[in-house]
Ligand binder design. Structure first.
Ligand code: NAD
Ligand code: TDX
Length: 351
């Protein structure tokens, strides 16, 4: 594929994906359409802004005129849809924006892609792909001894966020079944790594610990997540886009189940090593009120993508977590710009 439209490419996973494409020279052009919500950080890609293969466009995936024009003007061969409201706690406080972007705007993006695809010559229709980036949360929650989620697991979303992502997955499926749009959906477990917005567990704990603030652990900290290093996820997305079978879904996971308490303890011990002046960092742990409807456990069985697309994660959790902590320590100005609210000022014309 030469020309790719990435949506939500200023966010955590999207920006890591754009970097991967440009660094590896995989494509001729990446058009990044991002609304620049609070989670869209222009700094995530400033070092690529002058690259002739990269074009940033500020806009909403729900703007059908804009997406139609981008698809046509740039002769797009593949769409990778990362754009979403992505934080569970925000969806509990205020569900509506999640349904606006993750459902209504995703529907409009699908519609624009379908209209564009339908007009392509037959070879173009054959090779075009729409890849939708989804999550394991659509499958609900596992008990401690349940088998991991796989492609055939029943949908049982529990949070407003998960319900909105499940709705989007169903729309994507319907566009394939009804109109023949060549779609691929990926359902991935929890990501971690550089450039994750510090509202999510791992970056929040790193930054709070560095500042000597308390580390808020929901409930008893026994909830389990299956952690995957973000670059491994990005590689799986690229393989699914270029080699995945249209109409199929692929489950992607890290085979790295950890309780939240284990994750926080690991972060504290890495920081004790790298920043001994704040030791012991685990004295900052605080057990706080649980998240309403908090899913107990997520785990992914990646057998299908491993067998069909020869994908496997390259980073183990211990090393990946240390690399992540080191990235935050080396990029404190990135963190400070978020903390003082300046990270979007220039892009939004406010400075
Ligand atoms: P993020 O919140 O860091 O980034 C989302 C990006 O989308 C931001 O840059 C934001 O500005 C942009 N955006 C939001 N609404 C938009 C709109 N209407 N139009 C255009 N752009 C818009 O999210 P993330 O963690 O990078 O997640 C990316 C995708 O991967 C999401 O779809 C999420 O559901 C999915 N996912 C995330 C994880 C995870 O652990 N973070 C795991 C599995 C799947
Ligand atoms: O302060 C916290 N304390 C805490 O104990 C936060 C922010 C989280 N937690 C717990 C809740 C979860 O069990 O840590 C776990 C991870 O929480 P999040 O980082 O909010 O992620 P999660 O709710 O698991 O959802 C993530 O993975 C799936 C992403 O945010 C989603 O976008 C993705 O789809």
């Amino acid at each position: 594929m030469k020309n790719i439209l990435v949506t939500g490419g200023l966010g955590f996973i999207g920006s890591n994906f754009v970097r991967l494409l440009l660094e590896e020279g995989e494509v001729a052009k990446v058009v990044n359409l991002d609304k620049v919500t609070y989670a869209g950080n222009p700094e995530n890609l400033t070092d690529w802004e002058d690259d002739p293969r990269y074009l940033f466009v500020q806009g909403d995936i729900g703007d059908g005129d804009l997406t139609s024009s981008l698809l046509t003007t740039h002769e797009i061969e593949g769409v990778v849809n990362f754009a979403a409201e992505s934080h569970v706690d925000r969806s509990i406080d205020s569900p509506e924006p999640f349904f606006q972007t993750n459902v209504v705007s995703t529907l409009r993006l699908l519609d624009a892609a379908h209209r564009f695809w339908a007009e392509l010559p037959s070879a173009g229709r054959e090779s075009f792909r729409f890849l939708h980036v989804s999550t394991d949360e659509v499958f609900g929650s596992l008990h401690s001894d349940d088998p991991a989620f796989r492609e055939t697991s029943a949908y049982a979303p529990n949070s407003p966020y998960a319900a909105s992502k499940a709705s989007a997955d169903h729309l994507v499926r319907a566009y394939h079944h009804t109109y023949g749009l060549p779609v691929v959906t990926t359902n991935c477990s929890n990501n971690y790594g550089p450039r994750q917005f510090p509202e999510k567990l791992i970056p929040l704990m790193i930054l709070n610990a560095l500042e000597g603030k308390s580390l808020p652990i929901y409930g008893d900290g026994g909830n389990v997540r299956d952690w995957l290093y973000v670059v491994d996820h990005c590689e799986a997305i690229w393989l699914s886009l270029t080699m995945g079978r249209p109409g199929e879904t692929y489950c992607i996971g890290g085979d790295s189940e950890r309780t939240n308490l284990e994750v926080v303890d690991s972060i504290c011990s890495i920081l004790d090593d790298l920043r001994p002046e704040g030791s012991p960092h685990d004295q900052l742990k605080a057990f706080v009120q649980d998240r309403p409807g908090h899913d107990w456990r997520y785990a992914i069985d990646s057998t299908k993508i491993r067998a069909e697309l020869s994908w496997s994660p390259k980073h183990d959790f211990t090393q990946g977590l240390r690399t992540t902590v080191e990235w935050y320590l080396a990029n404190l100005s990135w963190c400070e710009a978020i903390a003082d609210g300046n990270y979007q000022r220039e892009r939004l014309g406010l400075s």
